[in-house]
Design a protein around this ligand. Structure first.
Ligand code: FAD
Length: 299
């Protein structure tokens, strides 16, 4: 199919882009086009105006702040035009927050990662995408610019429903901030897809932090984020299940706890029962890996 007719503008500055959006309630931002263009072609979206932000300068940066180096929060700030590939190739970003590299290698295929943006994926709010879950699990945020100025939207408040974010139609997400991995913490990611690069049938990201005592393997915090098993990117707190020790029984209990919180559904790709089993298996596997990562970083 061909898209419905639309107007196209390619502003050369952020204020011009915001003005273009403000003047047309049915306008859409175009970043990498890797989600929007297929939706246009299938006529699942029919905006009257595309505001292409690819000529806006200064949005393609990736900034890394190391722990303790400045007064700023340590972490990785990814600009709206940084492609998945740029983030994946950024050694400092991967070192400061290793979950970025772990998850991004599962996002689509290389050709799509070369064009698709990480911020675009985050605001597109697809519950089957990796980066919204990563941002939410880490407690990150998005910086949005709009007619009323700049505002910060915590990932926790970003996801309202399937493909629906709390970003206003006349706002542009200029960056996303991923907090650095804390000392004595570990992360892990795994997913099951029919083929590598396909959207996952189920994916899990985990964060485990050990108590602040040298040599201790006691868990102070354990959380897991889930893709493709709920209507929105979802994070479940599993600290209670692991606080008494990371045993097979505790990991299995964490899987059951996550399943009760998520309630996966059937669709054309997998049955609810199969997804439930993936939640159990991946929760246990990924939490164990995140715990091992935390132990290795602490020794
Ligand atoms: P666009 O397509 O340009 O925009 C997507 C939406 O976000 C639009 O509504 C647009 O208006 C809005 N938007 C984008 N940027 C901004 C901004 N800065 N401010 C405000 N609104 C904005 N993704 C995965 O996560 N995992 C996968 O496994 C995966 N597989 C894929 C397989 C295929 C075959 C394809 C075509 C895509 C796949 N993707 C996958 C999607 C890919 O990751 C996209 O890059 C991403 O979803 C959107 O980024 P984009 O820059 O292309 O956004």
């Amino acid at each position: 199919m061909k898209p419905a007719p639309f107007a196209y503008r390619r502003p050369g500055s952020l204020p011009e882009a915001l003005a273009a959006l403000a003047g047309e309630p049915n306008a859409k931002v175009l970043a990498g086009g890797q989600s929007l263009v297929p939706l246009l072609s299938m006529r699942l979206a029919a905006p009257t105006l595309l505001v292409d932000i690819n000529a806006v300068p200064g949005l393609d940066t990736i900034e890394v702040v190391e722990g303790g180096s400045t007064g700023r929060d340590p972490g990785v700030t990814v600009g709206a035009l940084a492609r998945h590939t740029d983030v994946l190739a950024h050694e400092d970003a991967r070192r400061v927050q290793p979950l970025l590299g772990m998850a991004l290698s599962h996002v689509a295929h290389a050709t799509i990662r070369n064009r698709g943006t990480t911020v675009g994926s985050i605001v597109h709010a697809d519950a089957a995408a990796e980066m919204p879950v990563v941002l939410k699990l880490l407690g990150g945020h998005v910086e949005a610019e709009g007619p009323a100025g700049r505002r910060r939207i915590a990932a926790h408040d970003l996801y309202l429903g399937p493909l629906e974010s709390s970003l206003h139609h006349d706002e542009i997400a200029v960056s996303a901030f991923f907090p650095a991995l804390a000392p004595r913490a570990g992360v892990a990611f795994d997913e099951i897809a029919r083929r590598h690069g396909d959207y996952a049938l189920c994916g899990v990201a985990a964060l485990v932090r050990l108590v602040d005592e040298p040599g201790s393997g006691t868990v102070a915090e354990a959380r897991a984020g889930y893709l493709s098993v709920a209507e929105v990117p979802s994070v479940v707190d599993l600290t209670a299940e692991l606080a008494g020790g990371v045993t097979d029984a505790a990991l299995a209990a964490a899987g059951e706890r996550a399943l009760a919180a998520l309630d996966p559904a059937d669709d054309i790709h997998a049955t609810a029962a199969y997804r439930a089993q993936l939640v159990r298996v991946l929760t246990s596997r990924v939490l164990r890996s995140a715990f091992d990562h935390a132990v290795a970083r602490s020794s």
